[in-house]
Design a protein around this ligand. Structure first.
Ligand SMILES: [Cu+2]
Length: 178
């Protein structure tokens, strides 16, 4: 009889101990998941536009050796001063994987402009004397950064592209002026 009692006590202890461990494991798992979510949010949360104390819209766009802009949407206000910085975090030369940002006037057909730009290699892929462009950065390669300053045009939506040959299909977005 005593022996049976001991076995029962033993079994109960063993079981509760097992449960504790399970609980512990669950809590740890939750903690790990939480940390992962926080990390992900931090990485994604780098804003495209930061308005500084002088009201200037600081726009940050990054690119790499992939044909992709970090954003497809830039929001600013009409007549706002804009400081746009383009960064190329890749390694490839601008002759192979050059990127720029070209903001086109309204009504300009992207594909038509891109064809003209592709034929303008000697002018950094901007058609010489073009009347289609509001503003553009210079063409940069891996490891380079370039900044331009301008005043936002009238309210409306404008296309922006990279004018390196064949890049605009992937590298385009909307410059939205409110
Ligand atoms: Cu490009």
């Amino acid at each position: 009889m005593k022996r049976i009692l001991l076995v029962i006590i033993g079994a109960t202890l063993f079981l509760s101990c097992g449960n504790d461990k399970k609980e512990e494991a669950k809590t740890t798992e939750k903690k790990v998941k939480k940390t992962a979510v926080v990390k992900k949010k931090k990485e994604e949360k780098k804003p495209t536009v930061i308005v500084d104390e002088n009201g200037v819209a600081n726009v940050f766009i990054s690119t790499s050796d992939k044909m992709k802009f970090s954003t497809r949407k830039i929001n600013v206000k009409a007549n706002q001063k804009v400081k746009l910085t383009l960064t190329h975090t890749g390694k490839l030369d601008k002759k192979i994987m050059g990127h720029n940002v070209v903001i086109l006037k309204q009504g300009v057909k992207m594909s038509t402009f891109a064809s003209a730009a592709a034929a303008s290699k000697d002018n950094d892929y901007i058609p010489e004397g073009s009347n289609d462009v509001i503003v553009h950065t210079k063409m940069i390669g891996g490891g380079e950064t370039t900044t331009i300053e301008f005043t936002a045009p009238a309210s409306g939506e404008y296309d922006f592209i990279c004018s390196f040959p064949a890049h605009f299909a992937m590298m385009k977005g909307k410059f939205i002026v409110e």
